[in-house]
Design a protein around this ligand. Sequence first.
Ligand code: AMP
Length: 110
Amino acid sequence: MTLFEKIIARQIPAAIVYEDEETLAFRDIQPQAPVHILVIPKRPIPQLSKATPEDGALLGRLLQTVQLVAKQEGLVDYRVNINNGAGAGQTVFHLHLHLLGGRPFSWPPG
Ligand code: AMP
């Protein structure tokens, strides 16, 4: 069981800010911006590159949850990030979208 599955099962605590049947959003434990929230599917997909065509609707739901949580947090400008694979900085192998806001962001990212 991954760390995020344990959060879904309430086996370890998290600051949950939104939940529906298919998605969960909670504050990152090591925030990289004033607002740093992770949005995850309850159905475990290890990483974006492992998603299948059948996951299409769920991938859409994740972006809708990001949109909803950003609004809930009062964010107008924000960044959404997915790290796919260890070389891209992924450390937890349960798909998650980073919602970052509350400060300016530069481009290109590091
Ligand atoms: P990534 O590096 O893209 O796999 O992102 C994993 C994220 O999970 C990191 O930003 C961590 O700070 C965050 N994280 C790790 N453990 C926890 C936890 N128990 N609760 C909330 N966020 C966590």
